[in-house]
Write a protein that binds this ligand. Sequence first.
Ligand code: NAD
Ligand code: 44H
Length: 486
Amino acid sequence: MKLSRGNAEFHSVQTENVLQFGEGVFLRGFVDWQIQKMNEKGYFNGSVVAVNPRRTGNAPKLNEQDGLFTVSLQGLQHGEIVKTSSVVSCVQRGVHPYKQYDEYIKIAENENLRFVISNTTEAGIAFREEDKLEDQPQESFPGKVAAFLYHRYQFFEGDETKGLIFLPCELLDQNGEKLKALLLRYAEKWDLEKEFSTWIQCANTFCSTLVDRIVPGYSEEEAGRIQEEEGYKDRLLVVAEPFYQWVIEAPSFVREEFPAEKAMLNVKFVDDITPYALQKVRILNGLHTAMMPIAYLAGCNTVREAICSPHIGIFIRALAYDEIIPILSVSKEEASAFAEAVLERFQNPFIRHDLLSISLNSLTKFKARNLPTLREYVKKYRKVPKLLSFSLGAFFVFYKGKRGEENIPLSDQEELIELFQSLWEKSNSEKGIHHLVSTALSLEEHWGEDLSKIPGLANAVESAILQIEEAGMENALKKLFHLSTT
Ligand SMILES: NC(=O)c1ccc[n+]([C@@H]2O[C@H](COP(=O)([O-])OP(=O)(O)OC[C@H]3O[C@@H](n4cnc5c(N)ncnc54)[C@H](O)[C@@H]3O)[C@@H](O)[C@H]2O)c1
Ligand SMILES: O=P(O)(O)OC[C@@H](O)[C@@H](O)[C@H](O)[C@H](O)CO
């Protein structure tokens, strides 16, 4: 049986009040799941229209299922096993802006629209010079939003009450401010009237938010169970851990309009998001990102396999306690408690979190999640952190695209993948690896600085690569921790 609403009524297009850029597993298993809870408790009447931010995406699949999908929560919570599943019905429809441009831009004319939620990964909040106002649509996410807002501004003749509240979920520091800055940059680049820039700033509210929930996404096994027990097929099923937290830096009226606290959800409205973001992104995401190439090249496929494997387990714990926590400007007790909880969440026996899903755009993630730790460590201790340097070396090996005879399906910006492919083709000697490391570290346009200028980093990365290439990942790790090698 197909998942469908049967005869149940759809909300009309006019009652849609949430525009969601993104239709990936995270938004479905986190934001939509919370909107559903607020709706069910009677505090909100959230009605979501989900838009593909890129040419490929799940908007058509959403429509095939009348916007419905299942969220299955699996894991331990307060020592108890949690295994529940529920159907989320707050998404009304999916819209593909590349194929349904008119339908997409019409959303801007809906006077009831109030919230814009997004998750386009860290790579999504970026300026693209080539985007033009006339494009239908612009390629970049901020380009799309700038043109969308301009259409709304013109349609409602600059009405200040038609501004929107932005709740971006991308794991970037001050994501709301960053998005706003890019919108203003497009307004200037496209030479739009000054009043529009004023309207962006005064009529709209850009909250910065921090999200936390491990959402591995689709699981064949769980889909099979649902089909057997509930009798329907769900191609958009999302499996997630029970834990979740959303921290939102926002003015008080947002707290009223988005009544998550009233609905007793684990949502915190705060005046300053910085300490929450710092702790979560550097510890949880920093560990995920940094260990991914190491664990994958060592033969692991999931986070649980990685944390349970002796040497990678040691690496992850040591990275948290020796290199990340010591330079965090939050209380050591709190950071250690958070780290312990995270290490336990990584061991969740009920969910399969694939390392390859974490590998999406991971060179950009290393920059956002690990580079600040590396930089601050060097500043504080006047030496390079050995575990993060090792991880960077493992990344460069990962981007060779091979695990033994297997090809690694790399998913990152094409230019980065191509660059590494061509560097590796020329790197069959120590000299070649030396060239690869210095070229990769000097990619200022990617890292935002020339990393080859950090004293000792190129040497540490190069020696990690040579170790991994010559002795294999397990032995390289043992050597790193001065354990006897095989
Ligand atoms: N899955 C999780 O456990 C989790 C938890 C917290 C945060 N996140 C955030 O979610 C992101 C990954 O999303 P997901 O887990 O839903 O995976 P997903 O692959 O299901 O969805 C990714 C979404 O990002 C869009 N996207 C990717 N690159 C883009 C780009 N350059 N420009 C515009 N859009 C782009 C895709 O079109 C898709 O809608 C992470 O980078 C992180 O910021 C995920
Ligand atoms: O989702 P990504 O690909 O940005 O990163 C992978 C994980 O680090 C991330 O999804 C975490 O599981 C999540 O941030 C937990 O809140």
